[in-house]
Design a binder for this molecule. Structure first.
Ligand SMILES: [Zn+2]
Length: 339
């Protein structure tokens, strides 16, 4: 292969080693994550290597190689970094993105296996590095294909990403959420008599208002949490809004997709008189997304079909309800126990 000026004597075996390391990335939770390997090469020698999650769950390979394993090692300066995935440009607020570690460690050149298909990152990592005077190189073609195969699961679902929201849109959503909750609180406080349900609902909402809205607009976990508070308070519309926001920040959030589907079903049941199949179709789509991301897909898939069966049954579409029931029966997780 031609790799031009190559003072650090990067060889094909180094690229292959990074892929080997990437394969060791442990699964982190119920969501697919990229498998990433990183190798730091200087004068033909590997001076540091790592994979995603090697130290610290979810910690990025580049960060581990350049910081956790190389803190205070002056030899890192001027070396080449080989990474299977484009380095990230943003992480949750308490963490520095990998491009920043690469810059401060004065890496000479970064060899990238593939761009990150996550639209929040794609191309930005490479651009940032170039703008900071760091050279960019690519993997040999055949190895690039290997990386795409290795991350097929991750890339498949990340490519279904909804358009992400700008930080301004996210801030607006926080304001909207505040307004919704304020209105609901006023409404609940106005009532002279509160049933047990309303009382606990109010508790949920007060809690949501006081605790969860003191949050960063881009914190997907908070949006998911608030969604479930609102859902439990039977405020399905606002719950759906919170879940929707969560999936737009983090498409891989299985719980938010599940909540979104469940909310659509409840909205549909509440408004069954104005019959339309659209919310149910949306609900099914959301539930299927959740199903794909869930670590216990059978269980979820079963409850999704049951929920759909209920909904169709309530609006008197027996034929469709029957189809859903059959699917649920076929997947019944208790089937084995009944024998
Ligand atoms: Zn990173």
């Amino acid at each position: 292969m031609t790799i031009g000026l190559n003072p650090n004597k990067v060889k094909k075996k180094h690229f292959a080693r990074a892929i080997e390391l990437a394969a060791m990335s442990p699964s982190e939770d119920d969501r697919p994550h990229p498998k990433v390997g990183a190798v730091v090469v200087k004068d033909g020698e590997i001076i540091a290597e790592s994979f995603r999650g090697e130290i610290g769950r979810g910690d990025h390979a580049e960060f581990i190689a350049l910081e956790r394993k190389s803190r205070g090692n002056p030899n890192i300066e001027g070396s080449d970094l080989i990474t299977t995935l484009e380095p990230c440009t943003q992480r949750s607020h308490d963490k520095r993105p990998c491009v920043s570690w690469i810059r401060t460690r004065r890496i000479r050149k970064v060899w990238i296996g593939t761009l990150d298909y996550n639209p929040i990152i794609m191309g930005k990592g490479e651009t940032y590095l170039r703008n900071n005077g760091i050279l960019i190189g690519r993997y040999p073609d055949d190895l690039q294909l290997k990386i795409l195969e290795q991350n097929a699961e991750f890339f498949n679902y990340i490519s279904s990403l909804q358009p992400s929201l700008s930080s301004e849109e996210l801030e607006n959503r926080v304001e909207t959420m505040r307004d919704i909750i304020k209105t609901e609180l006023l409404e609940l406080n106005r009532r002279e008599y509160l049933s047990e349900d309303s009382r606990s609902s109010r508790g949920f909402i007060v809690n949501a208002y006081n605790r969860n809205l003191m949050m960063d607009a881009d914190n997907s976990e908070r949006w998911n949490e608030i969604g479930w508070y609102l859902y439990n308070a039977e405020l399905y519309g606002p719950a759906g809004f919170a879940f929707d926001t969560c999936t737009k920040i983090d498409v891989s959030f299985f719980g938010a997709w599940l909540g979104l589907g469940a909310s659509e079903i409840e909205i549909y049941n509440e408004g069954a008189k104005t019959f339309t199949t659209y919310p149910l179709k949306k609900a099914l789509k959301h539930l299927e997304t959740a199903y794909k991301l869930n670590s216990e897909p059978e269980k979820l898939h079963y409850s999704a079909w049951i929920a759909l069966f209920d909904s169709w049954n309530k609006v008197g579409n027996k034929k469709t309800a029957e189809i859903c029931a059959k699917r649920a029966v076929a997947l019944n997780p208790n089937k084995e126990k009944k024998k």
